[in-house]
Structure formats: structure tokens, C-alpha cells
Design a protein around this ligand. Structure first.
Ligand code: HAM
Length: 429
């Protein structure tokens, strides 16, 4: 029975009371991205498995251990997206966006799927707010994307709880030398490495730096640092990014051990850790080789993903207050069949004019209807009975002040209602 009454492990429902907060936070993020010239993209929840193997990388934890992969009825290998970048790149190319010129700036709010060990804030269905920028190679693009992330945290009131850690992991040229140095170092400790890292030693030694096992983690601390192997161009790019961030007053720490968990990154990588909450609220970086890898022309690109579930948890722990707006402007209570029909019609009229209104749908008595009106926080109420139907007038009660006014419930009801209340100021359109 549990199988149908409990959501699968690592997933959760966002229910009323919480969903409004999610929408508010999503709107802050989307608004901030739009201020920076980003437009929303929506891509499918599943893609061909090959896309993620090529982009995220076949030696990453995400691909090796966490993907929800299955064969569809047509025999194709399909994967639920474990992250948003690969799909955004595929969609950008498939829809010919480069034809309209660069930079291309996209943002998305998506659910992602990773078979992880569920723990506080770590889920199997996770939610991300992400941005991706294509065609901008300059360090100023890195600084602007990072600044956008920081502005979002500032607007959410989390600025003091979030830090910025940055690093450069170079380009394929400087990384070749670095890989050699890493291989030499880790080969000396081969016996101590976990099984997965042993297999990574030959194929992709940099992945060992991201291993969660405490022994590999301790070895990684003393491993050679990529920053000592950067080629001149990558070193200059990194210096410029750092100086631009300093110029705009964004504090950061350089973490030479920061390599990120996905393979597509080049040059600047960054994360938004939180020492207060103990988990990363987001991360991203440059991925100048990925567009070409997926079949496009060589195109510099960069972006970040913010962990929505982590951010909502952080806001909760920080005690953030969300404005609670009543969703009901007018509740029309009724007694008797004729009054019920009238209430139903008036509520329809109000909805068509953009006013939030409600009436009884459960056949309740007047007392229970008024209790409901109170529960939904109705700003005004009207009670309709046979007398009101006959006279064509009813009492409009302001629930906050208790003030009552007679208004027409005839043809001119809407005008009368709008004149007497503040609903006019709130009309959505
Ligand atoms: P990521 O670091 O894998 O990057 O994920 C970004 C954020 O998503 C993390 O910092 C974390 O807050 C959240 N997150 C990841 N896994 C989970 C989970 N299992 N449960 C809850 N939250 C989680 C990416 O996904 C890249 N696509 C970001 C990017 C965009 N890079 C360039 N563009």
C-alpha cells in the first residue's frame, strides 16, 4: 500500500502554502536574469542518453552512478535530465539560435533527476534555476554571470550567508600537463584510492579531486594544483575575472581544489557555498568546448545552476518572512437555491473581470460559509438570501474594518463593487 500512498524516495510535493513561496523566489530569479538580458527556455525532461554521456562525462558520479536511464518502447536509450546545461546547448543548436547573433542568454527553471542518497536538501528529483550564455569569451562575461548569481542571493536576503569560491581549471592544452602531474601523484597512492578512483586514474584523474570518499579527499588535498599549470592565456583570463570581481566589490576566495562534478568545464569554475547552512546553493563555470562537442561550431559558453531546494531550505532556516496575500477578494455567501444561483453568476462575472471571488461549493450552512470566508482571508463578504434577491441590493462587508455598505447586485453590480472596494487597484489586467 505504501507504494501508492508515499511519493518515491528523494522526491517531495510542493503544496499550497509552500508553492506560493516557490513562485515568489522563482520570480525574483527570473526577474534578475531578465534584467541581465536573459530569456526563458524550456526543454524536455528527457533527452537521448548520449547527450549526457558526451557532455557531463562518462567518468563523473552523475553519469556513472546517478542517471535515470531507460529504454523506451522504440528501443532508444533515454535519460531523465540530471542537469540543465546539456539540454540547453542541444536546444540552442537545434533551434538555430546562433543565426540571430551572440551573445545568446537563456535561463530555465527545471526539475532534474539524480539517483543520490537522499539527505537534508539532497533529493532525487531536484530543482534548479539555471542560466547559460553562449558566444561571450571575455572575462567580463564570467564576472557578469557571477554577479548575477550574487545579485539573486542579495535580493533573497541571503547575501551574508553565501560565499563565492572560484578557481580556473584551464583549457585542454594546460590540462594535458596537469593530468600527467596528477597521474604521477595518485599512482604513488594507488593502493589507497577507492575502486571508482582507481578506474578514473587512467581515464580522468581530475575526477579523483571531486571524490566524496574521505581517504581520496585527504589525498586530493595534497595533490598538485591546477592553478600552477595554467597556460598564459588561461592565467590571464583568470586574473582578469578576479580583478573585475574586485572592481565591483564582490568578495571571493580562490579554491584551487574546486574542480566541479561535471566534465564539461574549462577555465573559470565557481560555487556558492554556505558556511551557515553547510551545503552549496549553486555552482557553474565556463564550458568553452561543449557546444563543439555536441555538434556546433566552437563557441565559448558559461553559466550556473542554483539549487532551488537548497535555497528554499536556506530561506526557511534563515526565518525569511514571505508576504502572505489573501487570494480571495470577495466571498459571496448564500442561503437558498435562488441565492446560490445568483452567487454563482456574480462570482463568474467577477472572475471575468479579474477579481478573485468565491462562493459556496459544498452546500454548507451560512455559519460554515462565513467560517470558510474567514479561513481564506476574504477581504469583503456579501450574504445573499431571498430578501436580497427580491430587492436587488445586498450588504457588502469590509472584513477588516467591519464597515458595511449597501450595493446593487443587479446589472451594475461590478461597477458598484469596484467603486466601493480596493479591488480596482489590484486588477491583474
Ligand atoms: P551542479 O553543481 O551539479 O551544477 O548543480 C547545481 C546546484 O544544484 C548545486 O550547487 C546544488 O545546490 C543543487 N543540487 C545538485 N544536486 C542536488 C540534489 N541531489 N539535491 C538537491 N540539490 C542539488 C549543474 O547542474 C550545472 N548544470 C550548473 C551549470 C550551468 N554550469 C554551467 N551552467
Amino acid at each position: 500500500m505504501e507504494l501508492i500512498t508515499k511519493a518515491p524516495k528523494g522526491t517531495r510535493d510542493i503544496i499550497p502554502g509552500e508553492s506560493e513561496k516557490w513562485t515568489m523566489v522563482e520570480n525574483v530569479m527570473a526577474n534578475e536574469a531578465e534584467l541581465n538580458g536573459f530569456s526563458e527556455i524550456r526543454t524536455p525532461v528527457f533527452e537521448h542518453t548520449e547527450l549526457f554521456l558526451r557532455s557531463v562525462g562518462d567518468t563523473t558520479d552523475v553519469v556513472e552512478k546517478q542517471m535515470y536511464t531507460f529504454e523506451d518502447k522504440g528501443g532508444r536509450s533515454i535519460t531523465l535530465r540530471p542537469e540543465g546545461t546539456a539540454g540547453a546547448v542541444r536546444a540552442m543548436l537545434e533551434n538555430g539560435m546562433p543565426n540571430n547573433g551572440y551573445p545568446i542568454k537563456l535561463y530555465y527553471k527545471t526539475s532534474c533527476y539524480r539517483y543520490e542518497k537522499p539527505q537534508a536538501g539532497r533529493l532525487r528529483e531536484l530543482h534548479q534555476f539555471g542560466v547559460e550564455m553562449f558566444g561571450a569569451a571575455e572575462p567580463v562575461a564570467d564576472a557578469q554571470v557571477i554577479m548575477l548569481g550574487m545579485s539573486i542571493f542579495e535580493r533573497l536576503g541571503l547575501k551574508d550567508d553565501v560565499q563565492l569560491a572560484i578557481n580556473s581549471i584551464g583549457c585542454p592544452t594546460c590540462r594535458a600537463e596537469y593530468h600527467k602531474a596528477l597521474k604521477t601523484y595518485f599512482t604513488e597512492h594507488k593502493e589507497e584510492l577507492c575502486e571508482t578512483c582507481n578506474s578514473r586514474l587512467e581515464r580522468n584523474p581530475m575526477r579523483i579531486l571531486d571524490c566524496k570518499s574521505p581517504i581520496c579527499g585527504a589525498l586530493a588535498k595534497n595533490a598538485p594544483k591546477i592553478t600552477e599549470y595554467l597556460c598564459d592565456d588561461c592565467a590571464a583570463h583568470f586574473e582578469k575575472v578576479k580583478s573585475l570581481l574586485t572592481e565591483v566589490g564582490i568578495e571571493f576566495t580562490v579554491d584551487p581544489g574546486l574542480v566541479r562534478g561535471l566534465d564539461y568545464y574549462t577555465r573559470t569554475v565557481f560555487e556558492f557555498p554556505s558556511s551557515r547552512f553547510g551545503y552549496a546553493l549553486g555552482g557553474g563555470g565556463r564550458y568553452d568546448g561543449l557546444v563543439e562537442e555536441i555538434g556546433g561550431k566552437p563557441t565559448p559558453a558559461l553559466g550556473f545552476g542554483l539549487g532551488f531546494d537548497h535555497i528554499m531550505l536556506a530561506l526557511k532556516e534563515a526565518g525569511t518572512e514571505f508576504p502572505t496575500e489573501s487570494k480571495c477578494d470577495l466571498y459571496i455567501a448564500s442561503m437558498g437555491e435562488a441565492a446560490q444561483l445568483k452567487a454563482f453568476k456574480l462570482v463568474g462575472e467577477l472572475h471575468r473581470s479579474g477579481v478573485a471571488a468565491d462562493c459556496d461549493l459544498c452546500g454548507r450552512g451560512l455559519k460554515a460559509q462565513m467560517k470558510y470566508a474567514d479561513k481564506v482571508g476574504a477581504r469583503y463578504t456579501i450574504v445573499l438570501g431571498d430578501n436580497e434577491i427580491e430587492s436587488g441590493k445586498a450588504e457588502l462587508k469590509n472584513m477588516k474594518t467591519g464597515e458595511k455598505k449597501k450595493i446593487s447586485i443587479g446589472e451594475d453590480f461590478l461597477d458598484a463593487y469596484l467603486t466601493e472596494t480596493t479591488a480596482q487597484d489590484d486588477l491583474a489586467f
